[in-house]
Write a protein that binds this ligand. Structure first.
Ligand SMILES: Cc1ncc(COP(=O)(O)O)c(C=O)c1O
Length: 492
């Protein structure tokens, strides 16, 4: 931690113990959160169930309640007003996945003896993903392998735990460190906290790519893994994977490519002739890759794939218990019991879409992104950060970009707010490739910019929250605020 940040933390920790400061903070938290609670809990006036009902409610009534919520919620994402979130969303595809989910609703891969089909699905998901990542380029005693996990965060956390245990066993590293660009997903920080791996953040350059020189300088005898993203969530920029992975290869340490977002899009974009740098197992330094099937793999939420360059690494991910009275126990990922239906849906999604379908979808997404990028670059008050392919982030030198976020929200848009620097982003999905959606986005964005220019003092929305986060040096207070927000979500 830098000296200034450390000093601020000490001041904050001391100040938080003073009752007057506690009261002041409490007042501020309550004020901010009461404004946010309105939008976070739109159903709070409806009938709620704080305890199990004494007598079971009719199934049909329950279904009707849920259909009510679904109808309220689906327009926004179905019509393409949401960044990322739902990556396919066509009715026929959803209906197909729903049938698969229903057929497999009882399946649990933990019991592979009862549901060997789940093991087949998962083995083939891993194999298909490994081949898409050019796993066949790996020769000699290495062999690309992996497991299915519950999502990008789990894939990343599994990989970091794997490197920690591998480095402890093979290299005797007891104080492990990971080198991670600041733009890499927050899941790496989560892994650092959960598994006691020291986080060594490195900066990004003017293109928002990891700073290679800084990575080189940061590597030391305790480094277990270097991370690069393809692309990173905030700005959709691909790190210099080749250069970074070479640093790792020369030091004989791990190199993880986070392709959670790009794993199921970049390989097809490359085949279509777009300028995609090599980021997969063709690079000899790449030792693991995370790729999310529940994003551009177009399956239901709840699966991702974590791939390793060799079987030895995967063994450090597995968990086995040989002395438990409950029997011999083994599981490949963090969970014990798992929803086999999600693996079945993932397998079915990959088979039904096929190479042709992935190529077609990728083409549509990149063409739509090009249209949107061009329009944003023609709005004089805005600028695009770096040179992204399809996840587009934009900021402004002259306007409060969070007010633009709020003005877009009033026009139904749900975009992502970014900070450091202040910006917004839209991750283009198939929902945005529907007729008229890109045009609507451009029209609404122009109107929103014009509105914020003339009404810069409009109150409410997310702007105050982001303003606060940007202006307060006390990060603990921001963290407390976020925890209280989670508390609100769990309020009945
Ligand atoms: C680059 C990247 N990595 C990891 C993740 C985490 O994925 P999940 O939300 O499935 O845990 C995301 C999510 O958007 C991402 O964009």
């Amino acid at each position: 931690m830098k000296i200034k940040a450390k000093a601020i933390q000490i001041i904050e920790n001391t100040a938080k113990k003073i009752p007057a400061v506690q009261r002041l903070l409490e007042k501020e938290y309550n004020k901010l959160l009461s404004e946010i609670e309105e939008s976070a809990k739109p159903y709070k006036d409806l009938e709620s169930f704080p305890v199990i009902p004494q007598k079971g409610i009719e199934r049909e009534d329950i279904l009707q309640k849920m259909i009510g919520f679904q109808e309220k919620e689906q327009d926004k994402w179905k019509d393409g007003f949401v960044s990322g979130a739902v990556y396919h969303g066509d009715n026929e595809h959803i209906e197909f996945l729903n049938k698969v989910l229903a057929i497999n609703s009882q399946s649990n891969p933990l019991h592979s003896d009862v549901w060997p089909s789940a093991a087949k699905y998962e083995a083939e998901i891993v194999s298909m993903t490994g081949n898409m990542m050019n796993g066949h380029a790996v020769t000699g005693k290495d062999e690309v392998c992996g497991t299915v996990s519950s999502g990008g965060t789990e894939s990343i956390m599994l990989a970091m735990k794997t490197y920690r245990d591998w480095a402890r066993d093979k290299k005797g590293i007891k104080k492990p460190e990971m080198i991670v660009p600041i733009t890499a997903h927050a899941a790496f920080d989560k892994a650092s906290q959960y598994f006691g791996i020291k986080m060594r953040h490195v900066s990004v350059d003017h293109n928002y790519q990891a700073n290679v020189k800084e990575v080189k300088k940061t590597v030391n005898k305790n480094t277990i893994v270097i991370v690069g993203s393809a692309p990173a969530f905030p700005h959709g920029i691909i790190d210099p994977i080749k250069e970074l992975s070479e640093i790792a290869r020369k030091r004989k340490i791990g190199f993880h490519v986070d392709a959670c977002l790009g794993g199921f899009l970049l390989p097809w974009a490359e085949k279509l002739g777009y300028d995609v740098p090599v980021f997969d197992f063709r690079l000899p330094g790449v030792t693991s890759i995370s790729a999310d099937t529940h994003k551009y793999g177009y399956t239901a939420k709840g699966t991702s794939v974590i791939l390793y360059r060799n079987l030895e690494l995967r063994h450090y991910q597995y968990y086995t218990a040989t002395e438990w009275p409950g029997g011999l126990y083994f599981s490949p990922t963090f969970a014990g019991s798992r929803p086999g239906s999600l693996s079945a849906a993932c397998w079915a999604s990959m088979l039904s879409i096929g190479e042709e379908g992935y190529l077609k979808s990728t083409k549509k997404i990149v063409v739509t992104a090009d249209k949107i990028k061009k329009a944003i670059s023609e709005i004089p008050e805005l600028y695009i950060l770096g040179k992204p392919l399809w996840v587009i982030s934009f900021g402004s030198e002259v306007l409060d970009i969070y007010k633009v976020l709020d003005a877009m929200a009033k026009r139904k848009w749900s975009l992502n707010g970014l900070h450091k620097p202040s910006a917004l982003h839209i991750a283009i999905t198939l929902r945005h490739t529907q007729n008229g959606v890109a045009g609507q986005f451009i029209k609404d964005l122009k109107e929103s910019v014009a509105y914020v220019k003339t009404q810069p003092k409009t109150k409410g929305g997310m702007a105050p929250m982001y303003g606060l986060a940007a202006s307060i040096p006390f990060r603990g207070a921001i963290s407390d605020l976020l925890k209280r927000y989670l508390d609100i979500l769990y309020k009945v």
